[in-house]
Ligand binder design. Structure first.
Ligand code: IPM
Ligand code: MG
Length: 370
């Protein structure tokens, strides 16, 4: 790693995945030339593309490539309208995405939500609720809770009705390690951590609150507050500016991060990083936009590539400590926005400076600005 050669598995997946990953690779190549590291990129099919190519959402060759790579740049998987007869365990969401999270122990999911001033119009909240700008980070636990807890099944009862069971389960160590990520993230930002739970009802919530409170003693510079998840859902709409880092278990984080994304104007803007344990100087990471496959606009040069491009910047920062290159990419995104470039999802005809562009033109402009 010290020779700054990074092996990346690029897995575009389905829907808009291929076109936005293509733009992210274009921007990474621009950064590579300028900042002097070397990228060794191998592309591989995943999702429905994996099923089409090799009969499985996560083909063996794709998994093998992931194992020998330093990080994964992921597009998105899942096409709800395709073949409903494929069993749910084999569908891309479970067989590829959740399987990769588990396989690589990607327990820490970081989803930064920031509404640029130029896009205030795209936020569904009134200007006065946006305050000085919405800027928060959701830290979501990603390998525990109800997504993976056992038992998990559907059984037929004697009277013929079905009974479905999912289990929310967390152990102390799982909460501790994500709490550390939350506190460390807060130290790098405005030093406030809002821990989300449902301690008034769930055993898991009581344990979560206890453990997070105990870990807080190691971070005296960070202010910790707790909030019930139902109240948090409301507070996101009423006073989103009170949040800096928001720490959640898996399912709550899934729900709240989509809600937060809406505040940033468009899912097409939001990157994410899913990180495993750090060993030596290496943190294996999985970088994907938060937005999904958007099959309705796939292949039409309409998708916003910014979430994918910012995910690539997160990769440079979190897996490779190429902080200057990451900052340059983020700044280039800011420049493109400031210059009025807008994909359809963030375009407003009322804005005299805005010009609607396609996926490729947005990617070209950002790559040129790096
Ligand atoms: C996300 C997605 C996934 C999740 C789905 C596609 C399985 O919604 O990454 O937020 O629920 O985690
Ligand atoms: Mg989600």
């Amino acid at each position: 790693m010290s020779e700054r050669i990074y092996k990346i598995a690029a897995m575009a997946g389905d829907g808009i995945g291929p076109e936005v990953v293509r733009e992210a690779l274009k921007v990474l190549r621009a950064a590579e030339g300028k900042f002097g590291f070397q990228l060794d990129v191998t592309e591989a099919p995943v999702g429905w593309a994996g099923i089409d190519a090799a009969g499985k959402a996560l083909p063996d060759d794709t998994l093998a490539l992931c194992r020998e790579s330093d990080s994964i740049l992921f597009g998105s998987v899942g096409l709800p309208d395709r073949d409903p007869t494929i069993p749910k365990e084999e569908r891309p969401e479970r067989a590829a995405l959740l399987a990769l999270r588990k396989e690589f122990g990607l327990f820490a999911n970081l989803r930064p939500v920031k509404l640029p001033a130029e896009l205030a119009h795209a936020c569904p909240l009134k200007a006065e609720r946006q305050g000085d700008g919405i800027d928060l980070l959701v830290v979501r636990e990603l390998t525990g809770g109800m997504y993976f807890g056992q038992p998990k099944n559907t059984e037929t009862l004697e009277d013929g009705q079905l009974r479905a069971v999912d289990t929310m389960v967390y152990s102390t160590s799982e909460i501790e390690r994500i709490a550390h990520v939350g506190f460390k993230s807060a130290q790098l930002r405005r030093k406030h951590l809002m821990s989300i739970d449902k301690a008034n009802v769930l055993e898991n919530g009581v344990l979560w609150r206890d453990v997070v409170t105990r870990v807080a003693a190691e971070y005296p510079d960070v202010t910790l507050e707790h909030m019930f998840v139902d109240n948090a859902a409301m507070q996101f709409l009423l006073r989103p500016t009170q949040f800096d880092v928001v720490l959640c278990e898996n399912l709550f984080g899934d729900i709240l991060s989509d809600e937060a994304a809406a505040l940033a104007g468009s899912l097409g803007m939001l990157p994410s990083a899913s990180l495993g344990a750090t060993s030596g100087e290496r943190t294996f990471g999985f970088y994907e936009p938060a937005g999904g496959t958007a099959p309705d606009i796939a292949g039409k040069d309409l998708a916003n590539p910014i979430a994918q491009i910012r995910s690539a910047a997160m990769m440079l920062r979190h897996s490779f400590a190429e902080n200057d290159a990451a900052a340059a990419i983020d700044a280039a995104v800011g420049t493109a926005i400031a210059n009025g470039l807008r994909t359809g999802d963030i375009f407003s005809a009322d804005d005299p400076n805005a010009r609607q562009v396609g996926t490729t033109e947005m990617g070209d402009a950002i790559a040129a600005a790096v």
